[in-house]
Design a protein around this ligand. Sequence first.
Ligand SMILES: Nc1ncnc2c1ncn2[C@@H]1O[C@H](COP(=O)(O)OP(=O)(O)OP(=O)(O)O)[C@@H](O)[C@H]1O
Ligand SMILES: [Mg+2]
Length: 255
Amino acid sequence: MAVAHALIAQDVAKAYTTGRIATPVLDGLSLALESRELALVLGPSGSGKSTLLAILSGLLRPDRGRIVALGEELWKLSRTELERFRLHHTGFVFQGFNLFPALSAVEQVMLPLGYLGLDRRTAQNRALAALEEVGLGSRVHLRPLEMSGGEKQRVAIARALAKKPQLLFADEPTSALDSVNGKIVIDSLHRIARNFGATVVCVSHDHRLAVSADRIITIQDGLIQSDTVQSETTRSDRLRNGAASADVQQPEPAQ
Ligand SMILES: Nc1ncnc2c1ncn2[C@@H]1O[C@H](COP(=O)(O)OP(=O)(O)OP(=O)(O)O)[C@@H](O)[C@H]1O
Ligand SMILES: [Mg+2]
């Protein structure tokens, strides 16, 4: 029997309407992703990468097309069922981090674990372990105002990792990180794909992520332009060449 894909997008279209003008962003895009796979989505600014992640994760309803995640057709679920699905099975690292100003790092990470029904002590232990994993073990009591951009980014990543989701979506997860912390985050994303069998979908221009991605998908003009599965050999070639291949751009400046 064929193994089902973890995440399928079929003929997905989305346009944003401002006033009376509809601007198409995705134009009939189809994609199938596997578990244990770290897929990297590349494309120019404004090409629809964040829109695609929002649609794949059930945050944004497409105008047309289907999303089937872990066998569930997302947009056939009721709003409550969809919220439950997202809570239990997905993690999302937002491009703008989306932290709560009043909460400390550990409280930010504990919050979704509380919604999952974990008791306080278990949630706290899991949150502390996730913060440790991203190198923030000694800064768990800081609030967003007291954190650097890179620290906020790592808290947002810890919050998604702590849930141990089967589907993990990350929008530019290393954009604000130096090479040491970027590597820590990339290794964590890889680990969640490999060790927990998760499907990890990352949007990034970071060549360090291209090195460790199992698959590189480029989008342009609302469609998939290329979709390359990287073998271990391709990956180590990229690593040896300093990942300076022409098709992978250098990281964007931190926002
Ligand atoms: N809520 C919205 N309303 C109107 N237009 C939008 C909205 N969100 C995005 N867009 C437009 O849709 C296009 C795709 O946006 P999106 O954020 O998906 O791009 P992106 O590939 O993630 O870009 P970047 O690399 O800069 O983050 C852009 O032209 C953007 O201006
Ligand atoms: Mg974006």
